[in-house]
Write a protein that binds this ligand. Structure first.
Ligand SMILES: Nc1ncnc2c1ncn2[C@@H]1O[C@H](COP(=O)(O)OP(=O)(O)OP(=O)(O)O)[C@@H](O)[C@H]1O
Ligand SMILES: [Mg+2]
Length: 462
């Protein structure tokens, strides 16, 4: 093989055969990972964007057809080859219908497999993209514009649906860019309140006095500049949903006023003493740790419990890397539709996809969206995005599967050496992130600073 090395996942439960093929494929320049069962294959596919999957159709438990399904569903561009038993042409035909590129019948000569692989690679290189199939696949895993089919996201959909049926207060937490506002909107749109308004108020964006007036409204002359009487967001959202973003930044005075709203569903406009009753569902969001703020005394404990009736925590993207391919496709399609209408669908090379899946995304989905937008802008007229179109910090592809989660090598491991390697890698990355600041790095690693220093000393010794 010339070009960059192709990553191939070989799935077969017959160990001697699998190992022999893997070795010879390795000799021909393929980077081979092995799976001895359908279950293992699905795990490998979830964590790494292989170029090629070669799977035996007949496997105990999860069979080759399910592996094929999972592979194609996640990576429409993957090349799938199935191995069928002698005299089972029907299975082979089914597999091709299902999206396999080709099949090979057992027993086979290694050269025959090599030939099948090479022609599939060549075909793939020449074939244009099947955008229709892709958009259909994507549709299946989307609720109200929320994309993702990782365990965490599927749990989230379930949660959103359950919560939507109630009027309970919800507290959404998550790092920046994890989709807190998107989730809040999804709850509203799935709720019986959907025909009423969804209003959003960002508590950190405006000064305190204005925020109070925004929230509760005011009467004429309530403060300098209050020339007329105005309804606040709470009143405007009557029967609907009010999204209070960054509640953690509210002043103590406003916190107690909000508490009263939550307890009594009642408030007064600024400068007025006439109580107003409302029926508003509150969804609050924060990227800060409110529990910690309660402990520090900067957030009211009683308000925290009133808000935290139903907590929803959005996981950072690096904890659900398997959602990256779907999100990338979603953004590539959305952006080429909105920004450059008429541009044919754009795909990622699998190598670029590996980079995207390996990166840690501190800015989460928003940062990924920006990276896709940038890549589209840098690749006008091309139908494929390459590694060089990605932001510099994203360009480091893992050079083998299991970089994100270690696979267990066939021949066993040197435990001590391995653990040392993992420790060193984690500490190095934490230090890189904090510009060498050990105290902050220790915090990121959930270690005492002294423990980190001790470990560093030990690791630096040969
Ligand atoms: N699961 C997802 N599927 C599709 N798009 C998503 C998803 N999560 C986030 N996004 C998109 O990412 C961007 C950021 O999402 P959102 O504004 O909801 O994040 P946030 O958690 O409120 O961030 P911040 O804390 O910075 O306000 C939006 O453009 C949103 O549409
Ligand atoms: Mg937000």
């Amino acid at each position: 093989m010339t070009d960059p090395q192709k990553h191939l996942l070989l799935v077969d439960d017959e160990r001697p055969l699998r190992e022999a093929i893997a070795e010879r494929l390795g000799d021909h320049g393929f980077q081979v990972a092995q799976a001895d069962s359908g279950e293992t294959a699905l795990e490998r596919l979830a964590e790494f964007a292989f170029d090629i999957v070669v799977t035996d159709l007949r496997l105990p438990g999860i069979d080759g057809r399910q592996v094929l399904d999972a592979a194609i569903e996640r990576y429409p561009d993957i090349i799938a080859i199935v191995i069928t038993g002698f005299g089972t042409v029907k299975d082979a035909v089914e597999a091709i219908k299902q999206g396999a590129a080709d099949f090979i019948t057992k027993p086979f000569q290694f050269d025959a497999l090599l030939h099948v692989l090479r022609s599939a690679l060549e075909q793939r290189r020449l074939r244009s993209e099947n955008a229709y199939l892709r958009s259909q696949l994507e549709e299946r895993f989307r609720i109200d514009g929320i994309v993702g089919h990782s365990r965490a996201m599927r749990d989230l959909y379930q949660m959103l649906e359950t919560v939507a049926a109630t009027s309970s207060t919800v507290l959404i937490t998550g790092e920046t860019g994890t989709g807190k506002e998107l989730a809040a909107r999804a709850i509203h749109h799935a709720s019986p309140r959907r025909a009423q308004r969804f209003l959003a108020l960002n508590c950190s964006a405006i000064p305190e006095t204005l925020l109070e007036a925004e929230l509760f409204g005011h009467v004429r002359g309530a403060f300098t500049g209050a020339v007329g009487t105005r309804q606040g967001k709470l009143e405007q959202a009557h029967k609907g949903t009010l999204f209070l973003d960054e509640v953690g930044t509210m002043s103590p005075a406003l916190q107690s006023k909000l508490l009263r709203v939550l307890q009594e569903r009642e408030f007064e406009r600024v400068g007025d003493s006439h109580p107003i009753r409302i029926d508003v569902r509150i969804i609050a969001a924060t990227h800060s740790d409110l529990q910690q703020m309660v402990a520090d005394g900067s957030f009211r404990e009683d308000l925290f419990y009133r808000l935290n009736v139903i907590p929803i925590a959005l996981p950072p993207l690096r904890e659900r890397r398997e959602d990256v391919p779907l999100l990338v496709r979603h953004f590539a399609e959305k952006l080429s539709r909105d920004v450059t209408p008429g541009r044919p669908p754009v795909t990622m090379s699998q190598e670029a996809m590996r980079c995207l899946m390996a990166y840690d995304w501190p800015g989460n989905v928003r940062q990924l969206e920006n990276a896709v937008e940038r890549a589209l802008a840098l690749s006008p007229g091309r139908s494929q995005i390459e590694v060089s179109d990605l932001p510099a910090e994203v360009q480091q592809a893992p050079d083998r599967p299991g970089d994100t989660r270690e696979a267990f090598p066939e021949g066993g491991v040197d435990f001590e050496a391995h653990v040392r390697e993992v420790e060193l890698a984690l500490i190095t990355r934490a230090l890189e992130r904090t510009g060498g600041n050990k105290r902050q790095a220790a915090k990121l690693l959930n270690l005492k600073r002294t423990t980190l220093i001790e470990k560093l000393k030990r690791l630096e010794r040969p």
